[in-house]
Design a protein around this ligand. Structure first.
Ligand code: MSP
Length: 658
């Protein structure tokens, strides 16, 4: 299939855009760019959700007419995206005529098929969620998301016969295991569907209670329920079912949402489509929450992070890179400026920026900035070429499976590989020895590998990627580059072109705390008045402790530790323990070892399967939350989180560390 259609949720206009909205939209943008690089025709939609009680209330609070209020906040969303490097093809608002017409035609279609009926209903309504809750779903009488007591409402309304499609939906999910991904969310939906009869969905509101909505085409006294209205945006933006754009893009539709709106997307939407006689979307990609101070970011909790503040302080490339690298898609992540700064300094300034700076300045010094003509490749050059091939292949595979963090990890294997290659090839010595032929090959090999890195990064940090390609003497050509063809290709960089003489892509920054307690960042070079440097929490965790901190041990003491390498053959979340994962690790023994590890915040079960880890295998077995754990997987913690240790290259399972 050569098309790709990606959407974000349409955001409620009751709050300004924050980091959570920015993340989902950057993910969708990144997917759209990646698919373009892969040669697919991509179409990317975002927009705003403007009907419902919640919006009317917010407008009232702001002292504005609802129309004026929705225009204002929708405008803020529309305006922020280009500043975050987001390039959407369309922006839909649910108050637009094209959407209203499409919703009415869908309603009529489902009504004509007999899947909408009139009835009476009483339920607990949470305005925050814009949905009814059953008594069972409430926690201590309050909405589990907003922690407020919902209002009991009983009235006559129209209902969508959602229950009729429950069997079909379950079957569809079973037959298409990646319909909802990652797996944890699919399982959640399957158990919800298996756990009992799905209730029909109330899809109207009487106009005498709420008039801010789309009128039902078959009853002028009612408006459409906001979720039934909102979900249809994914089709109305294409011009409605049967339009040319619909026929072209709908079969490849992928939605990106967070787990808060799993149910409407995984259950309401596919059954609505089914009832209207339309094909289901292809994938629902569900991510976790960005937490700030341990809680989901939200306006009501006052812990929102402003994306533009972060961009202003750390730059767009670092911000986007951090979001995509830090969150393991599916799980929750904590946002902290310390974490962002740590990644910026380590991955971008040290690894990538430094690589560009040193190789380009060597090329300027040794070849006057002209990309040299390489001679015959030696083993070390071929090794780097093979690493580039492997790394790009992995990058693509992970991206296609929405594993951005792993994709970037795979790409950084190449970045670090090029740095090692330069160290090992020592161009400065070749220069001293007048070995120009070898020097040319070494610099060309590094520059060509750097070009590949820069190209992949167009999905993540488009502007910086274009700068890198420019520095390498080329220009970004969206139509010309094909990432899939790059995998086995070597020599895309034309010798003879002029590359930049220097590069300063990602200066290191240091986080400082100002007198009023606010954080700010300053580039390390030329900074003035840095006050406290990194925060206490950060320095305690990441500053390497001095060797005096622990008393010396004998080699015999060390030998008591049986450290072995094994492969994770199975991984799953531990029931009732959010932070724990249950691993089965093949240590070359008769059967895999069961290890319970506190990794769930940092790794999803599926990304661990197949990976090698280092295990302290003679740790006495113990029970964690009632589950036997025999061994400990070793990891290192820094400000960016937890990093599992693994051997450089794959080794035989059971190999002992020495
Ligand atoms: N209007 C509905 C969606 C209708 S789609 C047909 C809605 N809007 S919302 O403004 O509340 O946006 C929710 C979405 O914003 C989440 O699903 C997620 O994409 C993003 N996020 C908001 N806060 C978030 C976090 N703290 N963390 C991650 N994403 C979050 O629901």
């Amino acid at each position: 299939m050569n098309t790709f259609y990606v959407t974000t949720p349409i955001y409620y206009v009751n709050a300004k855009p924050h980091l959570g909205h920015a993340y989902t939209t950057i993910v969708a943008d990144s997917l759209s760019r990646f698919n373009r690089l892969m040669g697919r025709h991509s179409y990317f939609l975002t927009g705003t959700d403007e009907h419902g009680d919640k919006i009317v209330q917010a407008a009232g609070k702001a002292g504005l007419s609802t129309e004026k209020y929705v225009d204002e906040i929708s405008g803020m969303f529309r305006a922020i995206w280009p500043r975050l490097g987001v390039r959407n093809d369309d922006f839909i608002r649910t108050t637009e005529d094209r959407h209203i017409a499409c919703v009415q035609s869908m309603l009529q279609r489902v009504y004509d098929k007999g899947d909408i009926y009139f009835g009476e209903y009483g339920g607990f309504y949470c305005t925050g969620c814009e949905r009814f809750y059953t008594e069972k779903e409430l926690e201590d009488g309050v909405c589990p998301q907003h922690r407020v007591e919902p209002t009991f409402i009983a009235e006559k309304n129209y209902f969508f016969r959602m229950s009729r499609h429950q069997g079909w939906l379950l079957e569809h999910i079973r037959k298409n295991p990646d319909f909802i991904r990652p797996e944890g969310y699919r399982n959640e939906v399957v158990s919800l569907l298996e756990s009992g009869a799905l209730e029909d969905l109330c899809i109207s509101r009487p106009k005498n209670r709420l008039s801010w909505g789309i009128e039902l085409p078959f009853d002028h006294d009612y408006v459409c329920y906001v979720w039934f209205d909102a979900l249809i945006n994914y089709i109305s933006a294409l011009g409605g079912a049967g339009s040319e754009m619909y026929n072209r893009f709908w079969p490849s539709a992928q939605h990106v949402v967070a787990k808060d709106i799993l149910k409407p997307h995984a259950i309401f939407w596919p059954t609505m489509l089914r009832a209207a006689g339309l094909e289901p979307y292809r994938h629902l990609n569900v991510h976790g929450y960005w937490l700030a101070r341990e809680a989901k970011m939200s306006k009501s909790l006052g812990n929102v992070v402003e994306p533009l503040d972060m961009v202003e302080r750390y730059g767009l490339a670092a911000f986007r890179y951090f979001l995509l690298r830090e969150m393991h898609f599916g799980g929750d992540s904590s946002f902290s400026e310390e974490g962002l700064v740590a990644r910026l300094n380590a991955d971008l300034a040290n690894d990538l920026g430094n690589l560009f700076s040193r190789v380009l300045s060597m090329n300027a010094k040794y070849f006057q900035g002209i990309v040299p003509v390489p001679e015959e490749m030696e083993a070390r050059d071929k090794e780097l070429r093979d690493l580039a091939e492997k790394s790009l292949k992995n990058f693509i595979e992970h991206y296609d499976r929405i594993k951005f963090s792993n994709a970037l990890e795979a790409l950084w294997e190449l970045v670090r590989g090029i740095n090692r290659y330069i160290d090992a090839s020592a161009p400065w010595t070749l220069f001293k020895e007048n070995n120009t032929a070898r020097l040319a090959t070494v610099l060309y090999t590094a520059l060509e590998a750097m070009r590949k890195v820069a190209l992949c990064l167009w999905s993540v940090m488009p502007e910086a990627s274009e700068t890198m390609l420019h520095e390498l003497g080329g220009a970004f050509d969206e139509k010309g580059f094909r990432l899939s063809e790059e995998v086995g290709l070597w020599g895309g960089l034309a010798p003879g072109v002029r590359a930049a003489a220097s590069s300063n892509l990602f200066p290191r920054v240091e986080l400082s705390v100002t007198e009023d307690g606010k954080k700010s960042s300053l580039p390390v070079k030329g900074r003035k008045n840095i006050q406290t440097g990194l925060s206490k929490e950060m320095s305690a965790e990441t500053r390497p402790s001095s060797s005096e901190a622990l008393s010396p041990v004998d080699i015999d003491d060390f030998k008591k530790l049986d450290l072995r390498v094994g492969t994770v053959v199975q991984a799953a979340k531990c029931q009732d323990a959010d932070k724990l994962l249950l691993l089965q690790v093949d240590l070359g023994e008769d059967s895999p070892r069961q290890i319970v590890a506190g990794l769930a915040e940092f790794y999803s079960p599926d990304e661990l399967v197949g990976r090698q880890v280092v295990v302290l295998s003679n740790l006495k077995p113990r029970d964690l939350r009632g589950v036997r754990s025999h061994g400990m997987a070793l990891a290192v913690r820094d400000a960016s989180g937890l990093n599992l240790l693994a051997p450089w290259n794959e080794v035989e399972n059971g190999s002992r560390l020495s």
